[in-house]
Write a protein that binds this ligand. Structure first.
Ligand SMILES: [Fe+2]
Length: 232
């Protein structure tokens, strides 16, 4: 090994140590462990993908270290949601998120007149790792969804395969069609590629980290029928 090769090997070693220590990466590691721990929740192919993606992904470094402005729903409910999750055994997920809380790049609710102003004000999601995340990769995407108590996230779909970890009480979930099914904290929810799904919060804020596999570049879109956005 020449001097240059030795240097680049050393640089690679330093880079991977920094990556492993990044709170966003520790969040993903905790999330993947939780998603894969429940053998019954995930088909083998999705579990195998989820296990290997974070470690095998190519990372382009981190960005957006500055504090960012959070939407009102986050200012109102994030601390409550994190506090509940941390005190109910999910500190492996919440502790790394607390370290980067000020930098999480939240996207506020979709503003669409068909959805009404309440949804735009009461919903937000954030990509923490992925093409637009704090830690950049094009190979997969991971982040958080949070919405206010008593909120419906109408039918939507996307090409990516989506895995959610439930970190709140009272949420209900539907895949393809009603009825909505209550999910307990710690349960894993799988949405196959392009499958329509919808969720509601109960009397607590809805907090659920997610992992996207496959086509992570194409955004989610609301499902439309002849009357507009499909509603329950
Ligand atoms: Fe989704």
């Amino acid at each position: 090994m020449g001097k240059t090769e030795a240097n680049s090997a050393k640089e690679e070693e330093v880079r991977s140590v920094r990556l492993a220590e990044h709170p966003a990466f520790r969040f993903v590691e905790g999330l993947v462990q939780r998603l894969c721990a429940d053998d019954g929740a995930l088909p083998g192919a999705e579990r195998a993908q989820a296990r290997t993606y974070p470690a095998q992904a190519t990372y382009q470094g981190s960005s957006q270290e500055a504090e960012v402005q959070h939407p009102p729903v986050i200012s109102r409910y994030l601390d409550q949601a994190f506090g509940w999750a941390a005190s109910h055994g999910f500190d492996d997920i919440v502790d790394p998120l607390e370290q980067i809380k000020a930098q999480i790049p939240w996207t506020p609710g979709y503003s669409d007149p068909e959805l009404g102003e309440a949804f735009a004000e009461n919903f937000a999601y954030a990509e923490i790792v992925g093409p637009g995340g704090l830690l950049r990769t094009n190979d997969y995407s991971a982040g958080l969804t949070l919405f206010a108590p008593g909120t419906l996230y109408e039918w939507h779909n996307h090409p990516a395969v989506e895995l959610y970890l439930v970190l709140c009480q009272g949420s209900t979930w539907a895949l393809h069609q009603p009825p909505f099914e209550a999910k307990a904290p710690g349960e894993v929810v799988l949405h196959p590629s392009n499958a329509e799904h919808a969720m509601t919060s109960g009397d607590q804020p809805f907090l659920a980290p997610w992992l996207w596999l496959g086509d992570v570049q194409s955004a989610a879109q609301f499902t439309r029928d002849e009357k507009g956005i499909r509603s329950i």
